[in-house]
Design a protein around this ligand. Sequence first.
Ligand code: NAD
Length: 477
Amino acid sequence: METYQQFINGALVDSHSSEWIEIENPYTTQVIARAPRGDETDADRAVEAAKASQAAWAKQAPASRAAYLKKFAALIRENRERLARVLASEQAKILPLAQVEIDVTAEYFDYYAGWARIYEGEIINSDDPRENILLFQKPIGVVAGICPWNFPFFVMARKVAPALLTGCSIVLKPSSNTPATTFEFARLVAGLDLPPGVLNFVSGGGATLGTALVRHPDVDMVSLTGSVEAGQEIMRNAVDKVMKTSLELGGKAPAIIFPDADIDLAVKGVTDSRLIYSGQVCNCCERVYVHDAIYDEFVGKLKASFEASAYGDPFADPAPVYSSQIDAAQLEKISQMVTRAVDAGAEVLTGGKQADVGTGYFYQPTLITGAAQDSEIVQQEVFGPVLPVLRWSDYDQVIADANGVEYGLTSSVFTTTINTVMQAVKDLNFGETYVNREHFEGIQGFHAGWRKSGVGGADGKHGLYEYLQSQVVYIRY
Ligand code: NAD
């Protein structure tokens, strides 16, 4: 069994704590590795290292910082198959999808390395003819990056790449469910000549080590990807320091199916967007609104598509559509939400039960009909393979219903009419809207939620500038 160490100040070191996180393979339910259950002292050590290294790191040219990101990408590619297997083992992601996550993470480091010679300040016209106004972009300083369990490797890069490229240093805490891939990466990085302290990985609980990072006086910014509750707690802890927080939180994405939609395309898009990684994706389609005129045909085909979606061993070849939920608690949460939906008057069209495949935490692909717009199953994130289907006939009402949740991460529309696309895109209040395709963002876009789905965002140019702060200089001559 693997035993991981913290990665602090450029070295793999023992934790100050003698407690351990046991990393469970959710499919086999066996413990496959252990990582330190780090404490406040680990947080202090990592932040001290990050603080001590940051000024010199910021003085390097962006292109020389980018050279390290390219080395990260190369290391990931050299170890791509092993990393994918570790990832699939620690979180029951089907192996082909785990491989995509590893490969996209390498691409992500290369992508942000490419920004070294592109990100820039501004020259602003002065009111005084004998003055130049220059706006410089400077790194924010020490970043605490806090990760979820659903895309642990990719989200690690989503924080590390822009932080290091802009001249910040970073202390990153993986989720206690899934620290293994991050520490495998730490072992690879430990062999590089990266300046000690600019990149640190420490595992531990959110309420303990996580809170210590957020409250640490030398941490200048927190970037969290996780639940709304964690985001709220981090915001509260950031208040005294008036610290920048970048929060990517939950979602309750609607898909709206118009009467002129390509039904087969829409069925595939919605199925893919709901069942990928067992429904445990923030931008997953969490509710679908189907026009009355095509309701029966669409729902019939969606039911067939859900029933044909296999689940099982993440390493099986050919791969199933999805595998186990992350843990027993998540499975129980999904079960209870479906039970409460039925108690409130909804019906299960297909699925609706935990599935016994002999091992793991499985829930059947499930469609729920007849749920009320204001019911829990339509309003709150399920994070599982369960989809409420709602019928609509009035455009203004469906837009109001789609917008009418406390989340605002992603949304989608399926229609073949350009005017409908343009109108719906204008009327939907979400950080992302997908047209005639599954919900999944590109690394050059900007993944940023409205309402309780977050503050700030990641990816692309705008994600990079999250890690920068401006200094405006007035030069009179
Ligand atoms: P979580 O909030 O339980 O945990 C996320 C991380 O925050 C973990 O590392 C945890 O230890 C840490 N944490 C928790 N409380 C903390 C605190 N008070 N201070 C500091 N750190 C704390 O979330 P999860 O269960 O790991 O992930 C699932 C959630 O993440 C879902 O709601 C999902 O929608 C969301 N998510 C959002 C995005 C996005 O881009 N918007 C992407 C992936 C996941």
